[in-house]
Ligand binder design. Structure first.
Ligand code: HXC
Length: 258
């Protein structure tokens, strides 16, 4: 399907979403967020898609919410539209795995979008920041919450209070990104990672994702109980039988997503 602000492509079992407002460094306008939501709906309902990849350009993953669009907002505009929750959280609610492949700037809402993905692969050119404070506001799509969970209070607080950016190395050291990849290889490597995930049993992948996410929302004891229930339920799947039989027979598994 064709969109105005993104490019959505099906590459085998991987759904690739490229944020595409190059003149505005992929600033996240209402139109872009609507397109992103529609593409996610599409890929989530497509049984062939096993992993989704979200990326931007070489210069910017996304430089934040569209400042020109929101500059004139009144409190009532923001409140009535439930700005920014509606639409943006669609990404965080995705049941299929979503990888962010970040090169260049991931600032403000751009950093928040990346953090809503399941993990971040960063080019060595990536720069992360929550610069909202420099324009008289604060993060509004989970930045103060998710960044703090990723990197701890001290670094999150410093970034949110000063607007300082983190480069890829600092982001990896702090646990914000899973890996740094040379910029020229980012998309190849991200595709390989996405294809690897898409080749697993889809229900098992969704359960693993759900279980890891529980770690953010509950106590250790509750989380471990939740994990055990899902783990037990995998023994009711054909894919568990196939996966273990394939290991014993020294062959590749042929998962049926059942
Ligand atoms: C609208 C933006 C934009 C943004 C860049 N542009 N960021 N337009 N919203 N967030 C536009 C510029 O106006 C300019 O358009 C063009 O993109 C190129 O940007 P430059 O500034 O000329 O590029 P450069 O000098 O390379 O600087 C790059 C940059 C800078 C450091 C990323 O653009 C910047 O600081 N951007 C704003 C970052 C920011 O504050 N983000 C947080 C937004 S608030 P023209 O037409 O002039 O050429 C936010 C709140 C989230 O995200 C709340 C919940 C969602």
């Amino acid at each position: 399907m064709a969109y105005e602000n993104i490019i959505a492509e099906k590459k085998g079992a991987v759904g690739v979403i490229t944020l595409n407002r190059p003149k505005a460094l992929n600033a996240l306008s209402a139109g872009l967020i609507a397109d992103l939501g529609a593409a996610l709906d599409d890929f989530e309902s497509d049984a062939e898609i096993g992993c989704i990849l979200v990326t931007g350009s070489e210069k910017a993953f996304a430089a934040g919410a569209d400042i020109k669009e929101m500059a004139g907002f009144s409190y009532m505009d923001a409140y009535k539209a439930d700005f920014i929750t509606r639409g943006w959280e669609r990404l965080a609610q995705c049941r299929k795995p979503v990888i962010a492949a970040v090169a260049g700037y991931a600032l403000g809402g751009g950093c928040e979008i990346a953090m809503m993905c399941d993990f971040i692969l960063a080019a060595d050119t990536a720069k992360f920041g929550q610069p909202e404070i420099t324009i008289g506001t604060i993060p509004g799509a989970g930045g103060t919450q998710r960044l703090t969970r990723f990197v701890g209070k001290s670094k999150a607080m410093e970034m949110c209070l000063t607007g300082r950016m983190m480069d890829a190395e600092e982001a990896e050291r702090a646990g914000l990104v899973s890996r740094i990849i040379p910029a020229a290889e980012l998309m190849d490597e991200a595709m390989k990672t996405a294809e690897r995930i898409a080749g697993m049993s889809k229900p098992a992948v969704m359960m693993a994702k759900e279980s890891v996410n529980r770690a953010y929302e509950t106590t250790l004891a509750e989380g471990v109980r939740f994990e055990r229930r899902l783990f037990h339920s995998t023994f009711a799947t054909a894919d568990q039988k196939e996966g273990m039989a394939a290991f014993i027979e020294k062959r590749k598994p042929a998962f049926r997503d059942e």
